[in-house]
Design a binder for this molecule. Structure first.
Ligand SMILES: Cc1ncc(COP(=O)(O)O)c(C=O)c1O
Length: 390
């Protein structure tokens, strides 16, 4: 990266909440991105599981254009066709109840917490170590990570964090519990699929104590793991779940989806959001769902996930690979995963990220082919060999 292009990327007036790389992207198509120097990159991060349909998918672009020319905003005191259609599609692909739209993942988690507490008239929420549910106060309070929580105390009370094991969950749920909240595949902590017996135990404990089982499918849902919803592989159904990220095809939208039992808990005045469920984002989401609801896509995601994981496992310095579909995390020797990721971006023009000092994560668009799967592995291989000293 030249000094000139580096200075062009400086964001003096951006709050330094992100350690940004010196790259400025100007265009995207499928799994490819281009920077302002004309370099082409292979995107194996998808804006952290957002661009699952690929960048600028023609159906999404066309839906946004068409809707923007018809109606952009009217607010939540009225219906729009894209909003009601999207709610119907989300409900029928999952839990069959009702949908509350949000503008982000964290807001969907907030809605889920309010729903569960109102359903049980207050109560504790059991969450898991290694979880990540977002940065707003409720979602942050549900994210038991010292570095993220400590500077912002006091947090929302009533969260009980336990180890991600069936035994720990069973022991934590009592008559005081309003909900158990978990990601079927934990994402931000480095891709940890939760064991089926943990989900089953959480379901049984919630049923025994009148608590709600809440899944956060913001990162792992919408085909990412090789099924429409990650929980469908374990077959343990929650009372409500959150989604966001890939839902809008790149536009910001999230949702809380309930099953029957909790579908009427939140009533007029209980919750709201000015922009949520707007006509343009829901039109984009309907177009994204046209791509993501395809069982053939899910089968390909499973195949490609196996292919990448098998190849990564063979690379020098890779200690462990964890994956579900195209949600892939691998631990490397040493503690310089962030350095490897930086070199991947700047030298190999491969976009991925490090979830910690030892773990690299791939979250490619779900529409990649075998050639792109292999290309990503080929691009990172020499860097892993370097880091492993071989
Ligand atoms: C599982 C999970 N829940 C919640 C969130 C928060 O979503 P958002 O950043 O859209 O608020 C994330 C974001 O990474 C996530 O991975």
């Amino acid at each position: 990266m030249s000094a000139t292009s580096e200075s062009r990327t400086t964001g003096d007036h951006l709050m330094p909440t992100y350690a940004r790389y010196p790259v400025r992207f100007v265009r995207g198509e499928g799994a490819r991105l281009w920077d302002d120097d004309g370099h082409e990159y292979l995107d194996f991060l998808s804006g952290i599981s957002v661009s699952s349909v690929g960048h600028c998918h023609p159906r999404v672009v066309e839906a946004i254009r068409a809707q923007a020319g018809e109606l952009i905003h009217v607010g939540n005191l009225f219906y729009t066709e894209p909003m009601t259609r999207l709610a119907q599609r989300l409900a029928s692909s999952s839990l069959g109840g009702t949908v509350f739209f949000t503008n982000s993942g964290a807001e969907a988690v907030e809605a889920a917490l309010k729903l569960a507490r109102k359903a049980k008239s207050a109560g504790d929420v059991v969450v898991l170590h290694r979880a990540f549910h977002g940065r707003t106060y409720g979602a942050l309070s549900a994210t038991p990570q010292e570095s993220k929580q400590a500077p912002f105390a006091p947090l929302v009370p009533g969260f009980v964090a336990v180890e991600p094991t069936a035994e720990a969950v069973a022991a934590a749920v009592t008559d005081r519990t309003a909900a158990v909240l978990l990601e079927p595949v934990q994402g931000e902590s480095g891709v940890w699929p939760l064991p089926d017996d943990l989900l089953r135990t959480a379901r049984e404990a919630c049923d025994a104590h009148g608590a709600a089982l809440l899944y956060d499918e913001i990162q792992c849902g919408l085909g990412r793991c090789g099924s429409m919803w990650a929980y469908q592989q374990a077959g343990v159904v929650p009372d409500a779940m959150t989604t966001a990220k890939a839902l809008g095809g790149g536009l910001p939208i999230g949702a809380l989806v309930t099953g029957d039992r909790l579908s009427q808990v939140l009533q007029p005045g209980d919750h709201g959001s000015t922009f949520a469920g707007g006509a343009v984002v829901t039109a984009a989401a309907n177009a994204a769902l046209d791509v993501l609801e395809d069982p053939a896509l899910h089968a390909r995601v499973r195949e490609l996930g196996e292919r990448i994981a098998a190849r990564v496992e063979e690379l020098p310095g890779v200690r462990a690979v964890r994956h579900r579909g195209l949600m892939i995390g691998f631990d490397v020797t040493g503690t310089d995963a962030p350095g490897i990721v930086r070199r991947a971006l700047l030298e190999q023009r491969l976009v991925c990220n490090a979830t910690g000092p030892e773990t690299i994560r791939f979250l490619p668009p779900l529409v990649i082919g075998e050639a792109e799967a292999d290309e990503a592995v080929d691009r990172i291989a020499p860097l892993l060999a370097d880091a492993a000293g071989s």
